[in-house]
Design a protein around this ligand. Structure first.
Ligand code: GAR
Length: 199
């Protein structure tokens, strides 16, 4: 088992994807990782083989693992993650088993499409987040990359990027603007904390 501080020069990253998203953060992150000689994609992991993010990962030639939700989820996820140094959640909307959070303590990141600590928590994903931002009359939104803990969206924030909320925004137009930020913020945050942990 290799967690965190690796003696090798390459940092292995696994991405855990959800069933609902398009997989755009997985693709953007994987492209950044592939272009950086210091990082490699270890596995893209999902709970369903027909999830768009898993299908995209296969098309891009990444190793995938399907770990269905069920009794042996915790054990099978740990096996799929073995030898992973860092874990990135990309559209995975559940809490991870406690044993995984403990074993990869401060080695698991998530991206959220709002400026945490506002507009986070259980059930806050996708258009629910952007609807809430608009309903609250916010003039600014953005994305947050944060550490994953045993609670939803509560880990320390590593990086935030901001954009305006425009008067005529819908959840869709705001989501599109935030997504552009997400695609560059995630790898920048990963790189920053991975380098910090090496030094
Ligand atoms: C992204 O906007 C991500 O920030 C969000 O799900 C979307 C997945 O899209 N995650 C959350 O809301 C977590 N609470 P993608 O599949 O295109 O990357």
């Amino acid at each position: 088992m290799l967690v965190g501080l690796n003696t090798e020069s390459v940092t292995r990253v696994s991405i855990i994807v959800g069933t609902k998203g398009r997989g755009s953060n997985m693709v953007a992150l994987a492209q950044h990782i592939t272009a950086d000689p210091g990082f490699v994609i270890h596995r893209v992991i999902g709970t369903k083989a027909d999830a768009p993010a898993i299908e995209k990962a296969k098309e891009l030639g990444f190793k995938t693992a399907i770990v269905p939700l069920g009794e042996s989820f915790e054990k099978d996820l740990a096996a799929a993650l073995d030898e992973t140094n860092w874990i990135c959640l990309a559209g995975f909307l559940r809490l991870l088993p406690e044993s995984i959070v403990n074993r990869w303590d401060h080695r698991i990141l998530n991206i959220h499409p709002a400026l945490l600590p506002k507009f986070g928590g259980k059930g806050m994903y996708g258009h629910f987040v952007h609807d809430a931002v608009i309903a609250a009359g916010e003039t600014e939104s953005g994305c947050s990359v944060h550490y994953v803990t045993k609670e939803y969206d509560e880990g320390a924030i590593i990086r935030q990027e901001r954009c305006p909320v425009l008067p005529n925004d819908t959840a869709e137009t705001l989501a599109d603007r935030v997504l552009i930020l997400e695609h560059r913020a995630y790898f920048a945050a990963l790189k920053e904390v991975a380098h910090r942990s090496r030094s």
